[in-house]
Design a protein around this ligand. Structure first.
Ligand SMILES: CCCCCCCC(=O)SCCNC(=O)CCNC(=O)[C@H](O)C(C)(C)COP(=O)(O)OP(=O)(O)OC[C@H]1O[C@@H](n2cnc3c(N)ncnc32)[C@H](O)[C@@H]1OP(=O)(O)O
Length: 157
């Protein structure tokens, strides 16, 4: 795995996105360790302003031999789609995450997670996402995020 694959070379209009500056240590479980053997991740905004992640699934995410565990895929989608709502200005937690696992995801490969905030109705924010490598779709997800009332937000810090 090279750092170049995780970075934005050749992606016109992409800008690095400083996720910890927005949500602090909430990302420790998934994207917090940029050098370990679990996930290595970088966040960007694409030319349309949508949040995109580049993710390397390391050996410690293994489920089926040589491939990512479904729970590791779910963890990545939970973080990226939840963060997409935050990046769009909604302070949320994830209420529901529905994932279609389309193809086995090979370990030690850099894949891309695309996200799109598709609707906001009252406290309910709908985010859609997918994990891809070129034309190959590994997983697709619909995520229902719920904004937190101000008081509950303050309690979380
Ligand atoms: C922080 C950085 C990025 C984030 C990445 C990480 C994202 C996460 O992993 S967050 C952690 C995982 N999520 C959780 O632990 C959430 C736990 N659940 C909760 O805290 C609560 O159930 C919560 C806040 C979602 C909703 O509770 P509450 O505030 O009482 O809202 P409630 O009144 O029940 O529901 C509000 C609306 O949302 C709907 N809703 C709530 N939960 C769901 C759900 N799971 N499915 C469908 N609809 C739901 C309700 O039907 C209601 O709709 P309407 O207004 O039309 O009647």
């Amino acid at each position: 795995m090279t750092d170049i694959q995780l970075n934005m070379d050749g992606e016109p209009g992409w800008e690095p996105f400083d996720a910890p500056a927005l949500v602090g240590a909430s990302l420790r479980f998934v994207s917090g360790d940029r050098t370990g053997n679990r996930f290595r991740m970088r966040y960007f905004r694409n030319a349309s302003g949508e949040l995109v992640a580049r993710v390397w699934f390391g050996p410690e995410t293994e489920g089926p031999p040589g491939h990512a565990h479904g729970g590791s895929i779910a963890a990545v989608l939970d973080e990226v789609l939840g963060l997409a709502a935050w990046a769009a200005g909604y302070p949320i937690v994830v209420g529901n995450l529905n994932i279609h696992f389309r193809h086995l995801l090979p370990l030690q490969t850099v894949v891309q997670v695309d996200s799109e905030v598709v609707a906001a109705a009252g406290r309910k924010i709908s985010v859609r996402g997918r994990i891809v490598l070129g034309d190959r779709i590994f997983a697709e997800a619909d995520c229902l995020c719920i904004t937190l009332p101000e008081e509950q937000r303050r309690q979380l810090g």
